[in-house]
Unconditional design. Structure first.
Length: 137
């Protein structure tokens, strides 16, 4: 007795929606053949260009995080690179290094939070309504 073959759907060609036959989505990208795929591609390319420009601008933005009422300040750019660290002399106590360490951590975290807010302001408008994995917006 011969084995029965299961009816398997296979994909052929570049159209994952039904091969080259009439039931799939035409090359234009929409079931009606309206050519929305090209429009969507153009919009995605524009959005990508806008995002790259915004990221370049973020790299030039510098925020200042503070702690201890301004006793410790940290300058950080939009890519979260620390550019400067300022510590007022009166906060430096050799007998209490732990307090200085805590102030440094607090100032860095404050700057990082400001960068996050700035990034959301700049990039949020570009990705409004989209849930793109990996962007974290």
């Amino acid at each position: 007795m011969a084995k029965k073959r299961k009816n398997r759907r296979t994909r052929s060609g570049g159209n994952p929606f039904g091969g080259s036959g009439g039931g799939g989505i035409p090359a234009g990208g929409s079931p009606g053949g309206g050519g929305l795929g090209g429009d969507l591609t153009a919009r995605m390319r524009k959005m990508q260009g806008d995002m790259e420009k915004a990221q370049e601008e973020l790299a030039e933005e510098v925020v200042t995080g503070t702690a201890g009422g301004g006793m410790v300040e940290v300058d950080m750019d939009g890519h979260q690179t620390v550019h400067a660290l300022r510590i007022k002399p009166e906060v430096v106590d050799p007998d209490d290094v732990e307090m200085l360490e805590d102030l440094l951590v607090a100032a860095i975290n404050d700057a990082a939070e400001k960068v996050k807010t700035l990034t959301e302001e700049r990039m949020g408008g570009l990705t409004a309504g989209l849930n793109i994995p990996g962007l974290g917006l």
